[in-house]
Design a protein around this ligand. Structure first.
Ligand SMILES: *[C@@H]1O[C@H](CO)[C@@H](O)[C@H](O)[C@H]1NC(C)=O
Ligand SMILES: *[C@@H]1O[C@H](CO)[C@@H](O)[C@H](O)[C@H]1NC(C)=O
Length: 495
């Protein structure tokens, strides 16, 4: 069945078939619906849904971005149903001027098996030590919860949320597709500020009736260390790219391939395999498992603070229960890593916009200067020095804690103790626990972005990540003030 579908897609690509027949039925699920980019209305901010996963103590950060997201529905996921209900009541839910809906993810399977150390990962898993790991399952479930909630609140579609695809099927048989209840979902950390003009401009180049996940700021674990941002991400270039045109007939080896209509893990793995010269690995390319062959290399994920965009068609493809099964089947991990893994398990990888390439600004697909998602240079432009003035002490404390944990882990290893229970390893090794990578400028370098480069980033960068550490001693109110001032600037900007 899957083979048939692939062949069908291959056929569509090569014949340039675009819209009316471009649906493939996988048990009533569609990778592509009947609308093509050319038939679709121009993308507007109201076609977006923002998703944040947070804790009650960090909620002021999410509220601080309100000025920048007027007219955009926002779904805020917590881990406490009572708290979510209270917040909906208090802030007026989706009908309020802030257009915010609060949801909660409490894993029913986890509570059923809850013992002293119960939880979504069962009894024997290492304890989740980092707050982002505790938040991980809710983070990973948030896109599906948000998708279901938006469909349910939209009167033009049936309430049963897992039947988005059958709604599409219905409309196809009746000939006139209903307007989708949203077109793109944007997911990032609770301290990420999205820039509506810029994200709309970027996403307008993509077809939301195709199953697509977009980001250009990736993290990889190569078996030895975290690569962040990674230049070996197992991703594809956009379907519309013509590499011969962009890079010349003899373009450099190790460039991700344009993939049509969807990006598959196999395509990303082939790129990585070529980049690394096969299975030899080495310092940069890491282990065989990272390199893989065929579609069996390990997945990349979008840095949480940088975020990602998912088309409604991609989200319609997943069943909530299957997705939850994938989330539960992992060791404690950050939600962003789980999302990357579960997309991968379902046969999808990311499309990398490589924004600098078609504009002739760079020949390097992974140029970190030209990253539109969570660009550290743009972070500095938008937040100025106030961010580091407020957060500097917390960054210092965080770095100390990492050093201490690494030292403790080394000591434990030297003493022959198992690393499994609650030990933090800096690299996310077999324990599956990683200190999440930062989206800030490295202290050395990263400054080679001149005025022109900064102006381009100001025009194009789709979001900025303030990066407020998940430690107790951070001043959330002061951080929220920095975020709000920036959000007001974004709201005032006409472009
Ligand atoms: C919330 O957002 C949706 C989509 O943009 C819009 O249709 C709706 O009118 C908004 N609600 C309010 C109260 O602004
Ligand atoms: C890509 O560009 C080259 C050079 O401009 C052109 O010859 C070729 O036909 C293009 N390929 C496609 C598929 O459009």
């Amino acid at each position: 069945m899957i083979l048939t579908v692939l062949i069908l897609f291959y056929g569509l690509c090569t014949t340039g078939g675009s819209s009316a027949v471009a649906q493939a039925d996988i048990g009533h699920r569609f990778l592509r619906t009947s609308r093509s980019l050319h038939e679709a209305a121009p993308l507007r901010p109201s076609d977006l849904v923002l998703v944040y996963t947070t804790t009650p103590s960090r909620l002021p950060l999410v509220h601080a971005t309100r000025p920048a997201r007027r007219g955009i529905r926002t779904i805020i996921v917590l881990q406490d149903a009572e708290e979510a209900a209270r917040l909906n009541e208090h802030y007026g839910g989706e009908k309020s001027e802030y257009n915010e809906t609060y949801l909660a993810w409490i894993d029913p399977a986890a509570s059923a098996s809850a013992g002293a150390n119960g939880g979504p990962y069962g009894r024997t898993a290492p304890a989740a030590t980092h707050p982002l790991h505790l938040l991980g399952p809710a983070w990973a479930m948030a896109p599906l919860l948000a998708h279901a909630a938006v469909l349910a609140s939209s009167s033009t579609l049936p309430l049963a949320t897992t039947t988005a695809a059958s709604a599409a099927a219905l409309s196809i048989s009746e000939g006139s597709p209903p307007l989708p209840s949203y077109r793109w979902m944007l997911i990032a950390r609770d301290d990420t500020l999205w820039r509506p003009h810029q994200i709309v401009r970027l996403l307008s180049q993509y077809d939301d009736s195709v199953a697509t996940a977009i980001s250009d700021h990736f993290i990889d674990y190569n078996g030895h260390e975290l690569l962040a941002p990674s230049a070996a991400a197992a991703v594809c270039l956009p379907c519309s790219f013509n590499l011969t045109e962009l890079l010349g007939r003899r373009h450099p080896p190790g460039v991700p391939q344009p993939s049509c209509p969807v990006c598959r893990p196999a395509s990303g793995c082939e790129f990585r395999f070529n980049l690394c010269g096969g299975l030899t690995g080495g310092e940069y390319c890491g282990t065989k498992r990272f390199l893989g062959s065929g579609d069996r290399c390990s997945h990349s994920w979008a840095a949480g603070g940088a975020g990602l965009a998912l088309s409604i068609t991609l989200l319609s493809y997943f069943g909530q229960e299957e997705w939850a099964g994938c989330v539960r089947a992992q060791r404690p991990s950050t939600g962003e890593r789980s999302v990357g893994r579960c997309l991968w398990r379902n046969g999808f990888s990311f499309t990398h916009p490589a924004a600098g390439l078609p504009e002739g600004l760079t020949r390097d697909v992974f140029s970190s200067q030209h990253m539109l998602f969570g660009n550290p240079v743009l972070r500095q432009e938008i937040f100025g020095s106030s961010a580091d003035a407020v957060l500097g002490p917390a960054y210092k404390a965080e770095a100390e804690a990492v050093r201490a944990a690494a030292a403790a882990a080394d000591k434990a290893a030297a003493a022959g103790m198992a690393l499994s229970s609650g030990a933090v390893s800096h690299d996310g090794a077999e324990s599956g626990i990683a200190i999440p990578a930062s989206t800030r400028l490295p202290s050395e370098g990263g400054q080679n972005c001149d005025r022109e480069c900064r102006e381009w980033l100001l025009r194009r960068g789709v979001n900025v990540h303030l990066d407020v550490p998940y430690t107790e001693d951070v001043d959330i109110t002061a951080a929220a003030t920095v975020l709000q001032a920036a959000a007001e600037g974004v709201a005032r900007a006409t472009d």
